[in-house]
Design a binder for this molecule. Structure first.
Ligand code: ADP
Ligand code: MG
Length: 211
């Protein structure tokens, strides 16, 4: 028994709702080290995604994820639009045309998504970006499934690692993106992109949010 298009759609809808709910918080985080638009950007993108999801319900999971990606690229803007857009596109591509997929493919699609962000944004761990939540989450997910824990537990560990990674961005010096223009003044603030990345993972895992 695997995950279907309905599972993907439900997860994306939950993520869109969480982003909408926390739009102002994500934007507030972007005020001191950016231009105060991260929540607005993400909410615009995911509301556009919601509008397209219902008519895509009969498509394969990979096609739905690709639709999310192209929609985010064309509607989110900023640095995060092309990065998250690429992530969902790559995730969708990794599934090809399968109608169901299992935990191993979730690891593969998440890995493809993170690699897409790295290829596009050329950032590495420790530069105070969304990757500081996503890279530890990917490692935790891989390790958990190699450990043969249940899929729910693996996803919980990934979200927990993303939470730690998100908090670890606070003392970091930003060396990529808009926050890097601030130099030392970027220290002491939680990265908005790492926060939206954690929000998506925790929502996918069905966990209460601790932003
Ligand atoms: P902008 O910075 O263009 O206003 P957003 O505010 O929507 O775009 O997104 C900012 C977030 O994008 C940052 O908090 C950071 O996590 C992420 N980001 C910026 N540049 C990169 C990059 N090169 N690689 C990965 N993430 C990045
Ligand atoms: Mg911004």
């Amino acid at each position: 028994m695997g995950f279907t298009s309905a599972d993907v759609t439900r997860t994306i809808q939950a993520i869109a709702a969480a982003i909408h709910e926390h739009r102002d918080y994500l934007t507030r985080l972007d005020n001191p080290i950016g231009d105060g638009d991260h929540g607005i950007n993400m909410d615009r993108g995911f509301q556009a995604v919601l509008g397209k999801l219902t008519s895509a319900a009969d498509q394969a999971p990979g096609a739905i994820l690709k639709l999310v990606g192209t929609t985010l690229v064309s509607t989110v803007g900023g640095a995060s639009g092309p990065l998250y857009g690429t992530a969902f596109l790559r995730a969708g591509m990794s599934l090809a045309n399968e109608t169901e997929f299992g935990p191993e493919q979730v690891v593969a699609l998440f890995t493809a998504a993170v690699e897409g962000i790295q290829a596009r944004g050329k950032a590495h761990a420790g530069e105070k970006t969304m990757l500081d939540a996503l890279l530890p989450a990917r490692d935790a997910l891989q390790a958990a499934l190699a450990d043969s824990v249940s899929f729910d537990e693996a996803l919980t560990r990934a979200a927990t690692a993303a939470h730690e990674g998100m908090k670890a961005t606070i003392p970091m010096l930003a060396t990529k993106g808009r926050a890097s223009y601030l130099g030392e003044r970027s220290i002491g603030h939680q990265d908005p992109g790492a926060t939206s990345a954690y929000l998506m993972l925790a929502t996918a895992a069905g966990l209460p949010l601790d932003l």
